[in-house]
Design a binder for this molecule. Structure first.
Ligand SMILES: Cc1cc2nc3c(=O)[nH]c(=O)nc-3n(C[C@H](O)[C@H](O)[C@H](O)COP(=O)(O)OP(=O)(O)OC[C@H]3O[C@@H](n4cnc5c(N)ncnc54)[C@H](O)[C@@H]3O)c2cc1C
Length: 328
């Protein structure tokens, strides 16, 4: 329907990505102004739990596209599936989370259906003449720009994770399923292996607290003190690109311009200089604590709490204090 807002309900192993549920918040706002519905599309193989989760977040209509060929994310097949759902539903706006999957899928789908697209948006509104106006960071987050998506075509946007809170209390959605019809060329990408990353602590995009380490940790083994603090605070471990490039941490934990964008309640930067590309991924954090031996380190310019000192002494001391507080 012309006033509908469609949300791509990203899932892996039938688990809805939290950033997808967050997309329901701006989708609801827009749909109520456009007089349409919030429609969620779940693509995968066996997507019952993900569909239930997006319903709980407030989707009013759910289209499930479930097929063995969609078991694992494949850019081309998922694009074909999402494009088919858009063509069937004819929504005014399509929102995807600005996750790795969303960032990969959105431009391919937009190109396939001739939609306009803005990425990494932090606000969406209805502009003049039925256009869709979006606000997004530019110049590595140093400034914000407004982009107008024209009224004459479907407007697509990827929404920066943690910009909106996921709504709750939904239910009673209309469920439909759509068969997957592969397009010519979809088989050009073959999935050879699926490697799990992450380990026992949370992913950076899902945590309220992130403890991040930089090159100064010097080795993978030394990151143990970062993991100890993260576990004590029930948080996630992040890292600078220099630390990931050096092999101390997997790139799935990299925060920054070419890594993940995070906006936790608390970000503790341990031995991270604060290069502009790192700040681009974490400057939206509510409270920033920086630990650095160099009082002139650029990270101190944006930190709320500045600790000048050796992280190898300070981090274990904070862990110990946090442990005492939790177990008292
Ligand atoms: C196109 C492009 C994209 C990029 N994308 C990213 C990105 O996504 N994420 C990212 O992080 N970077 C990115 N970078 C790299 C970025 O420019 C920096 O090189 C990188 O962030 C530096 O990492 P670092 O702070 O760990 O290391 P360094 O710059 O080497 O800083 C180490 C810091 O640790 C401090 N230190 C040393 N010993 C101790 C100690 N014992 N206790 C406390 N402090 C100590 C030092 O004073 C210093 O400030 C990108 C660069 C380019 C060109």
């Amino acid at each position: 329907m012309p006033g509908d807002v469609l949300v791509f309900a990203e899932q892996r192993s039938d688990k809805l990505h939290p950033a997808a549920a967050q997309c329901i918040a701006p989708a609801r706002e827009l749909a109520s102004k456009l007089g349409g519905q919030v429609v969620a599309v779940v693509v995968g193989h066996g997507v019952e739990q993900a569909a239930a989760a997006i319903e709980k977040a407030g989707a009013e209509r759910i289209i499930a596209i479930s097929d063995p060929a969609l078991m694992h994310y494949s850019a081309l097949r998922y694009r074909t599936a999402l494009a088919a759902a858009i063509q069937r539903m004819q929504p005014r706006v399509v929102l995807l989370p600005a996750t790795f999957m969303g960032r990969d899928l959105a431009p391919r789908t937009a190109a396939r259906i001739g939609a306009s697209l803005a990425t990494d948006v932090i606000a969406i509104s209805i502009g003049d003449g039925g256009a869709i106006d979006v606000r997004r960071p530019v110049f590595n987050g140093k400034a914000f720009g407004t982009v107008r998506l024209p009224a004459d075509r479907v407007a697509m946007a990827t929404v920066r994770p943690n910009t909106y809170a996921a709504p709750a209390g939904g239910g009673g959605a209309v469920r439909e399923s759509l068969a997957f019809v592969a397009a010519t060329g979809d088989e050009r990408i073959e999935i050879v292996d699926v490697v799990k990353s992450g380990g026992e602590v949370k992913d950076v995009t899902e945590a309220d607290i992130i403890v991040s380490g930089g090159r100064s940790l010097k080795s993978e083994e030394n990151f143990k003190i970062i993991y100890d603090l993260a576990k004590e605070l029930d948080g996630a471990v992040g890292a600078s690109r220099a630390a990931c490039d050096a092999g101390f941490q997997p790139h799935s934990r990299q925060v920054g311009l070419t890594g993940k964008t995070v906006t936790p309640k608390l970000y503790i930067a341990c031995g991270i200089s604060g290069a502009i590309q790192h700040l681009a991924g974490m400057r939206g954090s509510k409270v920033i604590v920086a630990i650095n031996t160099d009082p002139e380190a650029p990270i101190f310019k944006i930190a709320d709490y500045c600790v000048v000192g050796d992280l190898f002494k300070i981090v274990p001391a904070i862990t110990q204090e946090a442990h005492k507080l939790r177990h008292h």
